[in-house]
Design a protein. Structure first.
Length: 141
């Protein structure tokens, strides 16, 4: 984990040749970027803790923090509990499901605040691709 973060950091820094974006003497820009980079591991840890707490409350299941996948660019976390994918974007907890018709893709449910919302996302909510709608526009005359 430590090594991964370091590699990501080095990779991010290597994308831009020195001086390409940050003008000489613009020390405040460099400081801001460094500050941002340093915050990244904290942000990932916070996302892990946040999704684990919310999913734990909803499901009554303990969430192993090491199973939480964090997308630092998107500021989002994903964890799978008993085959159900939960997604947390710092604002909304949602369930990710494939298209109910073709079984492909991934769709985010309406925001989940309580067990009732979760029950809806797991049962009556039927995500569909535009082309997988039961009634094609062409069928309506
Ligand atoms: Zn589909």
């Amino acid at each position: 984990m430590q090594a991964q973060s370091l590699q990501a950091l080095q990779g991010a820094l290597n994308i831009v040749p020195p001086g390409a974006v940050i003008a000489p003497g613009a020390e405040w820009q460099r400081r801001a970027v460094e500050r941002y980079r340093r915050q990244q591991p904290d942000a990932a840890a916070a996302l892990r803790a946040e999704i684990a707490a919310r999913v734990g409350r909803l499901t009554g299941r303990g969430v192993d923090l090491s199973t939480v996948v964090v997308d630092e660019q998107q500021q989002a976390a994903l964890v799978t509990i008993d085959g159900v994918q939960f997604h947390w974007d710092r604002t909304h907890l949602t369930v990710i499901r494939p298209c109910a018709h073709c079984g492909l893709g991934s769709f985010a449910s309406p925001p989940i605040h309580d067990a009732g919302d979760l029950g809806y996302a797991l049962s009556d909510w039927r995500p569909l691709h535009p082309d997988c709608q039961p009634f094609e526009p062409d069928d309506i005359h």
